[in-house]
Design a protein around this ligand. Structure first.
Ligand SMILES: *[C@@H]1O[C@H](CO)[C@@H](O)[C@H](O)[C@H]1NC(C)=O
Length: 340
């Protein structure tokens, strides 16, 4: 489609996810603008260097614009607004006013919104706060694992070019099948975005039923909490019979059983096992190499600093309690993470 050549995308946030997705969309000939806080401006004035763990090459990303004033999005008529802020930032006071501003910019236009913020039922919340029509908003999950090598040094594994990695602003691994998944809560938005993303030729995007995506994504969080309690062992060394791992399995089962996750959730809850879950993570760990998956997760999900993960788990407790469930394993897991 030739009209994609002029597709205009605003990416909210220029962290690892924003920059990698921006690079991919730029390969699809989209015109990308980042909305960033003023302190990030200096950094974005120079090209961004990306290291790919997939081909061990550096990529230089120059072809983007940036703005720091959120009110500039009003009337800008982007084709897509892609939100990458974490759930804590998005639901903070500053985040709320930004969501309302996005609402003002999008209502009554053709602009579509893709939310790539990990949280339960985020799309409903976003639609309510922004006042945007549901058929303009879809939810997505980035399967590409990206981080800033200057912010954290991960253990090196054979196959990584450490000299190149050191020169990079961002590093990423795109090996889990699709690089991005959008759910079908707004099918037209999802299909259009997947088509644009696929046009990059570098990474692919698939559309998945909303409940299925939630069932895939949200139960990862009790596992991260358990890994934090266990001190981030390698997944292949997890004691899948251990007490903490069992707690994570029970908590994941409680989350999968939430009515919001529908039938796919019920099915997953009926079949999840400790050994199965451990094998799933060990498999991902292997596939991620030479990126160290456990150390990557430790950086993104480790420690008490990780407020957004705890907010997500607490929100799952609230959803469960509203359905009359005890959510006792999940509550116990949260308690242990908070008191460690
Ligand atoms: C994008 O690519 C994926 C993987 O090849 C494919 O399954 C999907 O149908 C494509 N989607 C669109 C809208 O082109």
């Amino acid at each position: 489609m030739t009209e994609q050549n002029s597709c205009r995308v605003l990416i909210v946030g220029a962290g690892s996810m924003g920059l990698v997705v921006g690079y991919i969309l730029s390969l699809a000939k989209a015109e990308v603008t980042f909305l960033v806080r003023p302190h990030r401006e200096e950094e974005l004035k120079r090209p961004q260097v990306l290291y790919s763990y997939d081909d061990n090459q550096l990529k230089t990303y120059t072809d983007y614009k940036h703005i720091t004033d959120p009110s500039k999005i009003i009337g800008a008529d982007y084709d897509y607004i892609f939100v990458t802020l974490d759930a804590h930032a998005l639901r903070s006071e500053v985040g709320l006013s930004l969501v309302k501003m996005i609402g003002d910019a999008v209502r009554g236009t053709q602009t579509k919104v893709v939310l790539a913020t990990a949280f339960i039922d985020l799309r409903s919340w976003f639609i309510e706060v922004s006042g945007i029509s549901g058929d303009q908003v879809t939810y997505g999950l980035l399967l590409i694992h990206a981080y800033a090598p200057r912010a954290v040094t991960l253990p090196l594994h054979e196959g990584t070019d450490s000299t190149l990695l050191e020169q990079a602003d961002q590093a990423y691994r795109d090996t889990l099948g699709p690089g991005f998944i959008v759910d079908d809560s707004s099918p037209a938005v999802a299909e259009g975005f997947a088509e644009l993303y696929n046009a990059s030729g570098l990474s692919t995007c698939v559309v998945m039923p909303a409940a299925q995506l939630a069932v895939f994504g949200i139960p990862l969080f009790p596992v991260f909490a358990a890994c934090d309690l266990l001190g981030w062992p390698k997944y292949e060394e997890i004691d899948s019979m251990g007490e903490v791992w069992n707690l994570a399995v029970e908590a994941a089962r409680e989350i999968q059983g939430l009515s919001i996750l529908g039938e796919p959730g019920q099915k997953a809850a009926a079949t999840i096992t400790g050994t199965g879950l451990a094998a799933q993570f060990a498999g991902m760990e292997k596939q991620m190499l030479p990126l160290d998956y456990s150390a990557f997760n430790k950086y993104h999900h480790g420690g008490k600093v990780n407020v957004q993960d705890r907010e997500l788990l607490n929100a799952c407790v609230s959803y469960g309690e509203a359905e009359g469930k005890t959510m006792s394993a999940l509550k116990e897991l949260i308690k242990r993470v908070e008191s460690q």
